[in-house]
Design a protein around this ligand. Structure first.
Ligand SMILES: [Zn+2]
Length: 342
């Protein structure tokens, strides 16, 4: 299986995030993708290839122009405002209920476009996020040209970003941009999100549409991030009704329960009959993930890959979350190897 990867992701290297009432060390760090790349090379899973450049146009098919230009200039604006400091840009105020829309300075713009305080914008964030989009579009192009399966080693991740909101360590929604790119070329994409956290950004982007199926297995938002989306009764709206499926699971879900949800997720995908299955591959379902609470074991990821292969569809895997640095390479490669071995 080909892997697409760009070293540009390393330019996004947040040091801290604000969470649980304190500034704590960032968990979405460059070493994540480097560990995965090293394991793919160690196991000889296939070539690791650089991305091509696709420009802004495919991103603007999904993201709002104002949002796109905001991400391009946010850090420079922030530096200008706080020139005596070195902190990354983080919002500290939001246009909450009863207030007015305003985007006249960097603080109001951060509050207008951000959903949380865990997603800092640093000097290299925009460049890294753009490179991640190029990585997944190069992978999508390979699918269009007939590859049966590819892995886009995208970092920063994307599934929490919506058309005009960034958050949850995500800036551009890599998978959504790729799905749209494929749909624009006459292919029928389905997205399966197996990250521990609900893919709220992806859901929001395709919620009113029937041409892209979105299915997500995740921790119930009644106790887990992103807290405000991902409930079972969200089924799509208008033309999109019936094309959004959420399978929220309880805390401490193990493979016995997870595999039942996975089968339940695969049935509507099979029925939808996609030309390409895009898998938002989050690995934070692992039992020793530092920020999550499921109990999947290393070998379960082989089973996950095999279950996905049983669909007999071309598959584009895209890297999302997963924060146990020691296991991350192993469990990611297990999914890809399980898929190819099946
Ligand atoms: Zn996650």
């Amino acid at each position: 299986m080909k892997t697409f990867y760009s070293p540009a992701h390393r330019q996004h290297a947040p040091k801290e995030e604000f969470e649980a009432g304190r500034l704590s060390p960032a968990v979405e760090v460059p070493e994540r993708a480097e560990r995965v790349r090293a394991e793919i090379e160690r196991r000889n899973l296939g070539p690791v290839l650089p991305p091509e450049r696709f420009g802004e146009e495919p991103i603007l098919r999904v993201h709002a122009p104002a949002f796109m230009s905001f991400l391009g200039t946010a850090y420079a604006e922030w530096r200008k405002r706080y020139s005596n400091d070195t902190a990354d840009a983080l919002p500290s105020a939001w246009p909450a209920r009863g207030m007015r829309f305003n985007d006249s300075d960097i603080e109001s713009r951060l509050g207008s476009f951000a959903s949380d305080t865990a997603t800092p914008i640093g000097a290299g964030t925009h460049e890294a996020a753009r490179a991640a989009v190029n990585v997944i579009l190069t992978a999508a192009q390979a699918m269009q040209r007939g590859e049966p399966a590819v892995f886009a080693l995208t970092r920063p991740p994307g599934h929490h970003a919506s058309a005009d909101v960034f958050g949850g360590y995500c800036y551009f929604n890599n998978v959504a941009v790729a799905a749209q790119w494929l749909a624009d070329r006459g292919l029928r994409p389905a997205i399966l999100d197996v990250d521990y956290h609900h893919g709220n950004g992806t859901q929001a982007i395709f919620y009113m549409r029937s041409d892209v199926l979105f299915v997500s297995i995740h921790a119930d938002p009644s106790f887990a991030f992103p807290h405000f989306l991902g409930f079972a009764d969200e089924r799509g709206e208008g033309a999109g009704e019936g094309f959004n499926l959420n399978l929220p699971l309880r805390r401490f879900t193990d493979w016995a329960a997870y595999s039942v949800a996975l089968e339940a997720a695969l049935a509507p995908i099979q029925h939808f009959s996609p030309d390409v299955l895009l898998v938002s591959l989050g690995l934070d379902t692992f039992e020793a993930d530092p920020i999550s609470h499921f109990r999947l074991k290393r070998e379960d990821y082989l089973r996950m890959g095999e279950a996905l292969a049983a669909l007999r569809r071309p598959a584009l895997f895209a890297f999302e979350g997963g924060y146990n640095l020691e296991a991350l390479g192993d469990i990611t490669a297990n999914v890809l190897e399980g898929f190819e071995a099946a």
